[in-house]
Ligand binder design. Structure first.
Ligand SMILES: Nc1ncnc2c1ncn2[C@@H]1O[C@H](COP(=O)(O)OP(=O)(O)OP(=O)(O)O)[C@@H](O)[C@H]1O
Ligand SMILES: [Mg+2]
Length: 261
């Protein structure tokens, strides 16, 4: 029994590749026979659908687990992919900010819910595009944060705020939280804007940026409508291959981070 390493995939900016990164990184690690759990903490439920599960209401899901009414292992489901499991989302997550606001320690619900989780190597929490209590709960429960940044105009909008949030969480709630890395997504090699964003982000965040660039690839938006990660939908696509490379880099970086204490 191992205690899992928990990653939040977060950026309050919408549509930057959080869910795509969560699902495909998780699938790539599952393909390496790591036991991986995706926690869909976004009421949109995109990660849930992307692995072929259903967003559920009234059943056991990430909302009922977060609120403490269900045990996490009772709510986790298998996917069609060996080694990959999902804790599906529910629309009821939409009400969490209001529901938890009046409680004593609203940031600690997910951490508490996951405290005895020992059947996975990795957990990836897909965060919603907001810095509300859902994201707070994810950061407080996590060892690491991965920030996807889209290679588009205003790419870094909000990232400075997210960095401040991470610092605040570290200081007040979770001293061991670490930025694992920044992943540049939807890179278009023919676009000068895309290239200049890559160099700006690398200049600013230096080696915190993963070497692997995720290119824009049509197979990626096609895959979720088939309820499959792109790696399963089209293994040979550049999208799939880039996420396999990213997974290898994530594993290497984890070793470095552990070695540096
Ligand atoms: N590398 C890529 N190439 C082409 N399309 C992509 C790529 N990555 C993501 N997309 C598409 O861009 C859209 C947004 O991606 P995704 O849902 O992963 O972002 P998100 O940050 O999770 O969004 P939200 O903030 O709404 O949760 C999706 O339609 C997705 O399929
Ligand atoms: Mg998403």
């Amino acid at each position: 029994m191992t205690k899992p390493r928990i990653f939040s995939v977060s950026n309050q900016k919408g549509g930057v590749g959080k869910t795509t990164t969560t699902v495909n990184l998780a699938t790539a690690l599952a393909a390496m026979e790591k036991r991986v759990l995706i926690i869909d903490l976004d009421p949109q439920g995109n990660a849930t659908v992307s692995v072929g599960a259903k967003r559920t209401k009234g059943a056991q899901n990430s909302y009922t687990v977060l609120m403490g009414s269900d045990n996490v292992m009772d709510a986790v489901r298998e996917t069609d992919i060996p080694y990959l499991y999902i804790l599906p989302a529910s629309k009821e997550l939409l009400g969490v900010d209001l529901e938890l606001a009046s409680t004593g320690a609203p940031q600690f619900y997910l951490k508490t819910a996951l405290k005895d989780l020992d059947s996975f190597d990795y957990v990836f929490v897909d965060c919603p595009p907001a810095v509300g209590l859902l994201t707070m709960n994810a950061l407080v429960a996590s060892d690491y944060v991965i920030i996807p940044v889209q290679c588009e105009y205003l790419a870094l909008e909000g990232v400075a705020d997210l960095m401040k949030t991470i610092q605040k969480v570290k200081k007040n709630f979770n001293p061991s939280l670490q930025l694992h890395g920044i992943v540049l997504t939807m890179f278009d090699g023919r676009s000068n804007l895309s290239k200049s964003i890559v160099s700006d982000v690398k200049e600013f965040f230096k080696d915190q940026v993963y070497d692997t660039l995720i290119p824009r690839n049509v197979r990626i938006p096609e895959a979720p409508s088939h309820g499959k990660p792109v790696m399963i939908y089209d293994m040979r696509s550049v999208g799939a291959k880039s996420y396999i490379r990213l997974a290898a880099e994530v594993l290497n970086r984890e070793k470095e981070l552990l070695a540096n204490g």
